[in-house]
Design a protein around this ligand. Structure first.
Ligand SMILES: Nc1ncnc2c1ncn2[C@@H]1O[C@H](COP(=O)(O)OP(=O)(O)OP(=O)(O)O)[C@@H](O)[C@H]1O
Length: 382
């Protein structure tokens, strides 16, 4: 006789299959507070992605992060880590799988950089040689001079200390990294470099990262996805940076994204993502008459000259000698030649400084096409 008892839901019921971290109805009420700090938060962090929590002060970003590694225990709801309910695992074991980086870094001042980095491997009982090899590897990964290994934290710059903090969090190779305003205390220049380094690291290591900041520009630069939180841990929108900027869910999100939403969106797109125009170009073997026809069809009075796949330069149609092929004429270099990886924001900045309002887009030596301001406007509208 078939059983009438319903099957117990699996621990990861309701969690998308690719979620490394799933927050399910996650709630925190601090004793003595009337309103919850985090209220029924549902959110899945896909494996290998960098998700940014952003929102005004007091919206529950840090509380949520600390519930993931159980520094704070939830009042209700749960955290599912890689398919398993996090509360079912001993907290010390759970934290081995979760690196944690905070703003004040928390390096031990009386221990050397090498000893700081080796904190978790030592706790795990690794032998000396393995610890030394891992420390060297991590310093090199974080672009830190091996000479720093013997120094104390006080003798390092803020940016170096922050990188040591990341090295220490990565020591036992945890699949998940939690970062709480890690770059809040460093100056903007160093901050930019640390952000670039984190993106490179993320590409190389494929960790799942949850990153907390109150800086929307940092969120847009770093996040595969951004969760915009409001006071009380209310999730206002959870989407990719491009989706957020293109279609903010409500006024709160719109105001949080701030001014220059269009320009911020342009910074996420590259010229390679755009439909480029072939532009008024002819091969060097073309006749003057062919060149004139191409320019006229494009509504311009100049033409670009191609040598095979390379764009040699341009000339005025008025300077074309009717009895010579185009390649026999002198050409002018283009003002703006950009790589396919250039952001559309960078491209627009360059285009508006030119007389003919066009940028030539190349892939190495090869000509890919031309980008006019009208193309950028079309891209934004789509
Ligand atoms: N230990 C605690 N006891 C009582 N209330 C707390 C505690 N920790 C945080 N809170 C409250 O919970 C709310 C959320 O705090 P949390 O630190 O998570 O916000 P946050 O978004 O990280 O803020 P910030 O950007 O300022 O760091 C706040 O109202 C805060 O005062």
């Amino acid at each position: 006789m078939p059983s009438t008892v319903p099957a117990r839901p699996s621990p990861a019921a309701g969690t998308p299959p690719d979620a490394m971290i799933a927050l399910e109805g996650l709630t925190k009420r601090f004793p003595g507070s009337t309103a919850p700090a985090v209220d029924g938060l549902d959110l899945a962090v896909p494996r290998g992605e960098l998700v940014v929590f952003v929102g005004p002060s007091g919206c529950g970003k840090t509380t949520t992060l600390k519930m993931i590694n159980r520094i704070i225990e939830p009042s209700a709801g749960r955290v599912v880590l890689d398919g398993t309910d996090a509360t079912e695992r001993p907290a010390h074991e759970l934290r081995r799988d979760i690196g944690y980086v905070i703003q004040q870094i928390g390096l031990f001042p009386h221990r050397t950089i090498a000893q700081n980095v080796a904190t978790v491997p030592r706790l795990l009982g690794w032998d000396k040689d393995r610890i030394a090899a891992r420390t060297d590897e991590l310093l090199s990964l974080m672009d830190l001079d091996p000479e720093l290994a013997g120094r104390y934290p006080m003798a390092l710059s803020g940016g170096q200390r922050q990188r040591v903090g990341v090295a220490r969090a990565l020591a036992a190779d945890p699949p998940v990294l939690l970062m709480d305003e890690p770059y809040g205390a460093v100056d903007p220049l160093v901050r930019g470099r640390l952000q670039d380094q984190l993106l490179t690291l993320q590409r190389e290591l494929g960790k799942t990262i949850v990153f907390v900041t109150h800086d929307i520009d940092e969120a847009i630069k770093l996040g595969d996805r951004i969760a915009i939180l409001n006071v009380g841990g209310v999730l206002e929108q959870y989407a990719t940076p491009a989706e957020l900027l293109g279609a903010p869910a409500n006024d709160f999100v719109r105001s949080f994204l701030g001014e220059e939403r269009g320009l911020k969106r342009l910074s996420l797109l590259t010229t390679g993502d755009t439909d480029l125009e072939r532009g008024p170009v002819v091969d060097a073997t073309a006749s003057a008459e062919q060149a004139f026809r191409v320019a006229t069809a494009e509504g311009v009075d100049w033409v670009g000259v191609l040598d095979g796949s390379r764009l040699r330069g341009w000339l005025w149609t008025a300077d074309l000698d009717p009895v010579r092929v185009v390649g026999d004429h002198d050409t002018h270099p283009f003002w703006v030649v950009i790589d396919r990886d250039t952001s559309l924001r960078g491209a627009v900045d360059a285009i508006v400084t030119t007389a003919n309002q066009v940028a030539v887009v190349v892939d190495g030596e090869d000509y890919l096409g031309m980008l006019f301001l009208r193309d950028v406007v079309r891209q934004l509208a789509s």
